[in-house]
Design a protein around this ligand. Sequence first.
Ligand code: ADP
Ligand code: MG
Length: 271
Amino acid sequence: MAPAPPVIRVRDLSKHYPGHVAVQNVSFELALGETLVLLGPSGCGKTTLLKMLNRLIEPTSGTVEINGVVVGRQQPEVLRRGIGYVIQQVGLLPHYTVAENVGVVPRLLGHAPTAIAERTNALLTRLHLPPKRFAHQYPHQLSGGQQQRVGLARALAADPPIMLLDEPFGALDPVTRAGIRRKFRELEELRTKTMVLVTHDVTEAFELADRIALLNGGQIQQLGTPHELLFRPANDFVRDFFAAERLALQLHTLRLRELLPFLPPALYRLH
Ligand code: ADP
Ligand code: MG
């Protein structure tokens, strides 16, 4: 049997606008369960690249394959039902309750109402939004962080194997943001998903990525593990991008084993 194709395979993908190249010759592959973070300054092409994966934007050239099938040959609506999508603006339907918002895709898919209710309650509970209190509230009654979690629950409702997230914590204040990020990392639900997450936040990228694609001017400057980007930068752009937070990131990235030689012996003899 041939080995399974990568879950996402992007080949030579470009998006040109009149007088402007938003994404240029980007290629990468993602294995099952991997999280790729698209990182880079504002305007570098992250959102454009992400939206080409679920056909919200059509590429000028190049291909995207999901599980070996070229997405250009699939119905966009069908394609998107298998791909959860979370954006900074959340985009909850204001006249729908929390529960109705979460159930939108399963209803489209014709799932049974009892199954939808069960799934919705389970997800809200897992995302620390007790259904008794929140299921029947409306989006305007929730804080930004709570709305963001409803958005995440909605994207997860039909259990899509792939998740695309565009600055999912971008609208939150720094404290809320760090807390939600921690909950996000602990979510059992997300462990098996293949994910592409956009951020301009270096710390966020290091906390969440298996691999990072650092973009500038629509091109990948380097694609690798956080450790590789930090310790073996491919060019000056990569080096400079991490310069301000280098020390904090190095401490975050180094495993305890690598740090032990630098710690006073008394400290680790205790353990
Ligand atoms: P990012 O998400 O990294 O901030 P975007 O992917 O949104 O960047 O945009 C990449 C570049 O493409 C930007 O310079 C932006 O101005 C340009 N761009 C995005 N959408 C359009 C469009 N519809 N028409 C023309 N230029 C666009
Ligand atoms: Mg963007």
